[in-house]
Design a protein around this ligand. Structure first.
Ligand SMILES: NC(=O)c1ccc[n+]([C@@H]2O[C@H](COP(=O)([O-])OP(=O)(O)OC[C@H]3O[C@@H](n4cnc5c(N)ncnc54)[C@H](O)[C@@H]3O)[C@@H](O)[C@H]2O)c1
Length: 252
């Protein structure tokens, strides 16, 4: 499998799953735009990729802000001349029952997990249509396929992302643009550590692991190869699909 001469944008690749995806795409030959709201983290990832012999550009971008997203795509085009691959990875969540969420929480979760991927996709699509080439991979969640207690609005966003992805796949197949979604289960990342702190958090993690047939949390490196495959030409006849990478947590 190769991504030689491809240009990829990976949102939220300053840390966690996105960072592992950025490293994987880079190791396969893609130039990678590391777009993250935490610019310093984005710079760290970009310098790792460059240290490993890759081409990378760090861009500070809040995907919930459409003008910043458009600027990030402009910077990509000016640095690398094209966009072949978009990985809509950046996301955020807070675990608590729906009745405890505030409207501000709903807005933040929707802005990052649903509006952000819509903005990023819209910002690259005309260019991909014009070139009749593109690979868009969403990072969903098993929460969006089967629900997840404590993640009501997040699950709604991830379910929305899956439906959005399928419609984009139908609308853009004529332009040879493949659109797919990878759904991680619980994955050992800084986000998971932040939202499952303390003694209750440990119980949540134990319960998550017990629900996984392969009996462990995913590592970010477990998710990245599936994304790389769907972003590659070897998956050229796959579109509109949702692939869970969750140790068998969901089998649907
Ligand atoms: N960790 C899990 O258990 C898990 C499970 C299922 C799905 N996911 C999904 O995987 C993706 C990555 O999650 P993670 O666990 O690696 O999270 P993480 O918080 O460890 O990393 C996410 C990165 O996204 C960046 N980010 C957050 N908001 C942003 C914004 N508005 N604009 C740009 N960048 C932003 C953060 O700065 C961070 O670098 C998310 O879409 C998440 O919903 C995670």
């Amino acid at each position: 499998m190769t991504l030689k001469d491809k240009v990829a944008i990976v949102t939220g690749s300053g840390r966690g799953i996105g960072k592992a995806i950025a490293r994987k795409l880079s190791s396969l030959g893609a130039a990678v735009v590391v777009a993250d709201i935490r610019f310093e983290e984005a710079e760290k990832t970009a310098s790792i990729l460059k240290g490993e012999g890759g081409k990378a550009l760090a861009v500070g971008t809040d995907i919930a802000d459409r003008s910043q997203v458009e600027d990030m795509v402009r910077q990509t085009l000016s640095a690398f001349g094209k966009v072949d691959i978009l990985v809509n990875n950046a996301g955020w969540d807070k675990i608590e029952p729906f009745t405890k969420n505030t409207p501000d929480d709903w807005d933040r979760v929707i802005a990052i997990n649903l509006r952000g991927p819509i903005f990023c996709t819209r910002a690259v699509l005309d260019h991909m249509i014009e070139r009749k080439y593109g690979k868009i991979v969403f990072i969903g969640s098993d929460a969006g396929r089967v629900g997840s207690s404590g993640e009501a609005v997040y699950s709604a966003c991830k379910g929305g992302v899956i439906a959005f992805m399928k419609t984009l796949a139908r609308e853009n197949a004529r332009y040879q643009i493949n659109v797919n979604c990878v759904c991680p289960g619980a994955t050992d990342t800084p986000l998971l550590a932040e939202i499952t702190g303390g003694e209750t958090g440990k119980k949540i993690i134990d319960a998550m692991v017990n629900a996984v047939p392969l009996r462990r949390l995913a590592k970010p490196e477990d998710i990245a190869p599936a994304v790389a495959f769907l972003a590659s030409d070897e998956a050229g006849f796959i579109t509109g699909q949702t692939l869970s990478v969750s140790g068998g947590l969901t089998m649907c």
